[in-house]
Design a protein around this ligand. Sequence first.
Ligand code: UDP
Ligand code: MG
Length: 315
Amino acid sequence: MEQKPLVSVVCACYNEEQMLPLYYDAMKKQVLDNLDEYDFELIFINDGSKDRTLPILRELAAGDQRVKYLSFSRNFGKEAAMYAGMKHAKGEFACVMDCDLQDPPEMIGKMLQKLGEDDCDCVATRRVDRKGEPKLRSAFSRAFYRIINRISDTEFVDGARDFRMMRRCVVDAVLELGEYHRFSKGLFMWVGFDTRWLEYENVERAAGETKWSFWKLMAYAVEGIVSFSTVPLRIATILGSIVSALALVYMVIRVIIALIWGNPVAGYPSLLAITLCLGGFILLALGIIGEYVARTYMQVKNRPIYIQKETNIKD
Ligand code: UDP
Ligand code: MG
């Protein structure tokens, strides 16, 4: 019998005890038992969950040999989890998705079909709307995409999800990027390859709650910008140059005024204003430099992206 192509489905889980059984059932019904032309392996990464996620994964693995799991020693973040999952994926095709059913499992069939029909390397998904999302959050993410696309050479697609199906060559390329601070949305685009997009409407989380607070999302946005652009560093230089030039002009004017009319009472409010302004710019510039230095520092330490504690995956 001819061997079927293997598809690895990678799924990061953090405190998903409510979602896991629902996700597994949906996957079994719509994917595992439905798409006969393929073999599947489900790779779950337990990202240091504090609830019953790990015991549930053990149970699922005991009942279905297609279920693989790997558990981290603590929470390393979704990006690290996706990296670990892709590293252990053995399939000719690999798909990354969330286990909260916001990435509809029925799309997997469509993605595989498109991959074959279009003969492309990667089929990615994007949400066409942001239904059910707080207004402020939507506004900030739109602003983020506008800014990053202007200052980075890598293209960022608004509404793009991490949910995508890749051929082996793309997976290997992404794994080659061993950076500690991972911004996958950018990494997937940076590696290139022929990527096609499938669109779908936003689905709200079926159970449990989102792990992304507003501040976590802000930090994620800074991560994206700093990882994929050095333009902010230049802002510091430009700002510094403008302020220095203005200061020079101001000095010349003061000298001329003093020569013509003498030096009246020194204007201390303007002095204070200028000092505060300069102080602000300097701190801003230092902060921007700091963001980059911190990342360089973390990378130079060469720490592993994750630490594994338990797994049923045999290499
Ligand atoms: N996740 C993770 N580690 C984290 C946070 C989240 O592995 O530190 C997983 C989570 O279990 C889910 C996916 O990443 O499968 C997306 O998380 P969430 O649904 O909270 O994000 P949202 O869909 O709201 O962007
Ligand atoms: Mg979600």
